[in-house]
Design a protein around this ligand. Structure first.
Ligand code: BGC
Length: 255
């Protein structure tokens, strides 16, 4: 790992496992990231083996904080009780323990949307924002992070409220995913995002929304169709946010 990197970040997703050394003075990658496809059967052992491979590839020193962004709610010292995007064999597993053992060193695990939200508040589109920021990642799953005056309120799963409370929530998720794969009309994506974000705004009264995740590349074009009162901005770190946020979070835990 080169000297400008102070920490190492990994972002585990349903399709790819991405990792890079991170320069925390800039909130950016210190070296180009390495992406390895998520194994079709994404068991704890299979995924953890890839993370170890990535640490070895970048020759990450023992002293560097290692942060892993993970697509489920993470409570340190507790076993996972809910998993939407990877193999169900993760349920009942202590995620931090699995990764620490496979990597042969202590690592810090954080929910992927929380990592992305922290990165936006620390380095990106929500930098300097007072009050409540709701950072969203709209993609295959809907991820949310609540950050109040810079402090993370971890493991919010607002995306799942919509899915369980309202059948058509599934349609919104499909639309957001399809927009990447098939180029769904931007107006429709805007309207789907509107339906996802509107209830969050009404119930939680945030001061700012950021929109990241798979669809964020097109956000300048579809955000005009989102008609809600809360200011809403595209995420700035985009698909770097999970890695940068996880590395940053791990560095705060190691101080
Ligand atoms: C998971 C969240 C995750 C989001 C984005 C959801 O399905 O439940 O924990 O943050 O997907 O990956």
């Amino acid at each position: 790992m080169i000297e400008t990197a102070q920490a190492f970040g990994v972002d585990i997703g349903g399709s790819g496992i991405k990792a890079a050394p991170v320069d925390l003075t800039k909130g950016d990658f210190a070296e180009p990231r390495l992406k390895i496809l998520t194994p079709e059967v994404s068991t704890p052992q299979a995924v953890a083996k890839i993370v170890k491979q990535q640490l070895d590839h970048f020759e990450v020193p023992e002293s560097a904080p290692v942060g892993i962004a993970f697509p489920a709610p993470i409570k340190p010292g507790q076993k996972l009780d809910f998993m939407a995007n990877l193999d169900q064999s993760w349920i009942g597993v202590d995620v931090t323990e699995v990764f620490s053992e496979a990597c042969g060193r202590p690592v810090v695990v954080v929910n992927d949307a929380d990592a992305a939200g922290l990165a936006e508040v620390q380095f990106g589109a929500a930098k300097g924002q007072d009050g409540l920021v709701i950072a969203t990642t709209l993609g295959t799953g809907i991820g949310t992070a609540l950050i109040y005056n810079g402090v993370l309120i971890p493991n919010t799963e607002l995306g799942h409220i919509i899915l369980s409370a309202k059948l058509s929530g599934r349609r919104e998720v499909c639309l957001l995913r399809d927009s990447r794969e098939r180029g769904t009309g931007l107006q429709e994506v805007g309207q789907a995002s509107d339906q996802v974000l509107r209830p969050y705004g009404k119930v939680l009264q945030p001061d700012l929304f950021t929109v990241g995740g798979g669809v964020s590349r097109q956000s300048e074009k579809f955000l005009p169709y989102v008609d809600i009162k809360t200011p809403i901005v595209p995420a700035k770190l985009r698909n770097q946010a999970g890695i940068v946020g996880a590395a940053y979070y791990a560095s705060t835990k190691q101080q």
